[in-house]
Ligand binder design. Sequence first.
Ligand SMILES: [Zn+2]
Length: 342
Amino acid sequence: MWPGVARTISLPGFVNAHSHAFQRALRGRAAGGDFWAWREGMLDEAEHQTVESVAALYASTYREMRAAGFTAVGEFHYLGLETAFSAAEAADDAGIAFVCVYAAYARGGLPRMRQASVAAYLAELEQLRARGIAVAIAPHSVRACPRDWLEQLGRYAADDALPLHVHADEQPREIEECVAEHGMRPIELLADCGCLGERTTVVHATHADGRELDLLRDSCSSICACLTTEADLGDGFLPATRVRHRGIPLCVGSDSNVRIDPFEELRQLEGIARRQEGRRNVFSTDELWEIGGPNGGIALGLEAWPAIEINPAHRSLEGVAEEHLRAALISGCGADVVVSPA
Ligand SMILES: [Zn+2]
């Protein structure tokens, strides 16, 4: 079953709680000097996606995720309904559990990303559900959704017990714009609009202040950190130790897919925490594996996803005792230790 590998060790699969698979195409392109310049290149790429290009690109990206040990993915999708069906089929082909985190987009971005009303958005969401595709409600951000959209979407997610995902506090400019428009910061606005709660995942929270983190803690909301992307885009550092001290659940996502490697996401999370605290082992190995798997599953409303097989004879694991395996995978290995399904 595992060609060329004498013995494998089975471990829980990782959950990629935040992906924009089409952005895999952007890796290696210089694409601007900061997040906002990169975003122009990203929008250009988004504009050219078709049902066919999504079918091909997403299938190869999901196969890469599956081979790297991510066995479930939450695709934060803002390219319209038809391509959402293509993404779901691509995930099926790749053997990766799939949740369509379907974005509501009222303003900005591209015409293909926007819906005319919350009712129009929900009608699209219901078409996905009617095909048996697992979904999450996703006001894209406080940039893209005005207050009345946030209120209606928060209510719908609560009534239907659906996960709610939303980008917030990735960049300082987004916070400044929110304060100018609403007189409060993004996570404060989300709280005000009924968008926080135990099924809510705030993506990034890179620049969340103490009060915003308190709101996440008090509402039992989660944070999805996208460490390799946040580094690539120069977003800043997750306030990892302040998040941990408050007991806010964390999960991870490969986001722009500049890298697809669950071990690297977790290593960067722990690396940030170590630098912030000036000590080692801030998150325990057990905590990091929870963040990499079960916490992502909860964030996406998933109950099950496939396990992975590790090759203990891989050269990067040579001399590592089995009792240290899970720690060594995070601190010292790349995703090539995962044995690809045949
Ligand atoms: Zn994102």
